[in-house]
Design a protein around this ligand. Structure first.
Ligand code: DNO
Length: 390
């Protein structure tokens, strides 16, 4: 497998030499500054590639091998094939990426909000801090702040009452932080930062779109995008929903093995691949991670490796250290390595240590939430240790 590292550009606090020192050889990044829905240009992709791959004499080369992500605009999720201009722009971005010889593209199909957390600095038992999804705080956001029409139907009277009293006990600062964490788009996010009124406006046109419709729209998107990808030798990898269940009354359709099975059956193209993310899929106790890796092994081009820990209310979870929590990382890596050994070197699975807790020197330096340098270094080191042993 190839050892990747998500890098958010020269101003995001991690130097390329630090990536080398961590042991990674592959960079995972995107033109994060490009507005969602605009076509990336060959020149912009080439410039970023140059920045990453121009190597001082004697230094270990780095390769930009995965684009994560080309965001799929909401119009495609709402209209499918009818969002013609958006799909064409997406394909133009893919063509620019392929021209730079980058053959793996990650994307997701979560409506309105990409990955979602309620807390960024939850203190763990070691004093390191982790990202957390607290179902009770999420309920406060949805019921009392966003006041989503119909949300009350998703909660019991006791849950609604608990949300009211939790809100009353929260400081103004705590409430602000909750809004920012949920609405303002976390790093790498493929959805836009939103104010509360804009959030309501984005939800509204999804009325009437259920899981079957959303899945149909993904299939229509793939029916257009995969022939183009095949022609370019590109694999598209669908990232699972994070967390893997419907949020905000919106359907989510990449949460389980059955979801992926439906997508691969409908669009069997070899360019229709999977981003196998243990942290996202692992939040559901009914997702058997090892079985999913084995079942979809030939489709996995890219892997996000991290662990989560479900809490007393299993809808709540926090991000555990990479070898702790609910994910059996050794078994997962055994599956991935078994698949990887069957492949030619050019088709090797790229993995990245996904997220990390903030620890040691991370407290003294700025980093994108979820992406501290020391915490990720620990994660990568542990994963590399398991891989070496296996
Ligand atoms: C968070 C990431 C997500 C993911 C995208 C993939 O750390 O895993 O932002 O990259 O959803 O398209």
């Amino acid at each position: 497998m190839r050892h990747g590292w998500p890098w958010f550009g020269p101003d995001a606090g991690v130097a390329l030499d630090e990536v080398r020192q961590a042991g990674a050889t592959d960079i995972v990044t995107a033109l994060h500054e490009a507005p969602i829905g605009t076509a990336w240009t060959d020149a912009a992709v080439a410039e970023r590639k140059n920045l990453i791959e121009t190597t001082a004499p004697g230094r270990t080369p780095l390769t930009w091998s995965v684009v994560e992500s080309i965001p799929v605009p909401d119009a495609v999720k709402r209209q499918g094939r009818a969002a013609k201009a958006d799909i064409e722009a997406w394909i133009a971005s893919m063509q620019a990426v392929a021209k730079a010889d980058i053959k793996i593209i990650c994307y997701n199909f979560m409506p309105v909000v990409d990955w979602c957390r309620t807390e960024l600095d939850f203190e763990t038992a070691t004093g390191s801090t982790a990202m957390r999804f607290d179902q009770q705080k999420f309920a406060v956001f949805e019921l009392c702040i966003l006041r989503r029409p119909g949300a009350e139907r998703d909660y019991t009277p006791a849950e609604r009452q608990a949300a009211d009293s939790l809100l009353r006990s929260m400081s103004a600062q705590g409430t602000e932080a909750l809004i920012t964490n949920i609405a303002s788009a976390l790093p790498g996010s493929t959805t836009e930062p939103l104010t509360i009124p804009a959030f309501r406006d984005k939800l509204e046109p999804y009325g009437g779109i259920d899981a079957a419709r959303l899945r149909q729209h993904l299939i229509e998107f793939l029916e257009v995008a995969t022939p183009a990808a095949e022609a370019l030798g590109v694999t598209l990898t669908l990232h699972p929903d994070d967390p893997p269940r419907p949020l905000f009354g919106l359907p989510r359709i990449a949460s389980t093995a059955a979801d992926y099975d439906a997508i691969f059956t409908s669009v069997p193209s070899p360019a229709n691949g999977m981003c196998y993310c243990t942290g996202s899929l692992g939040v559901r106790a009914d997702n058997d991670l090892q079985a999913i890796a084995r079942r979809f092994a030939p489709r996995i081009a890219f892997a996000h490796l991290r662990s989560t820990k479900r809490e007393a209310d299993p809808r709540s979870f926090h991000e555990a250290a990479h070898l702790e929590g609910d994910v059996d990382m050794v078994s997962v890596l055994r599956e991935l390595l078994t698949e990887d050994r069957k492949r030619s070197p050019g088709r090797s699975i790229v993995f990245r240590p996904d997220h990390g807790q903030r620890m040691i020197g991370d407290f003294g330096r700025t980093s994108a939430p979820g992406y501290p340098v020391v915490g990720r270094l620990r994660g990568l080191a542990e994963l590399r240790g398991v891989i070496a042993a296996l």
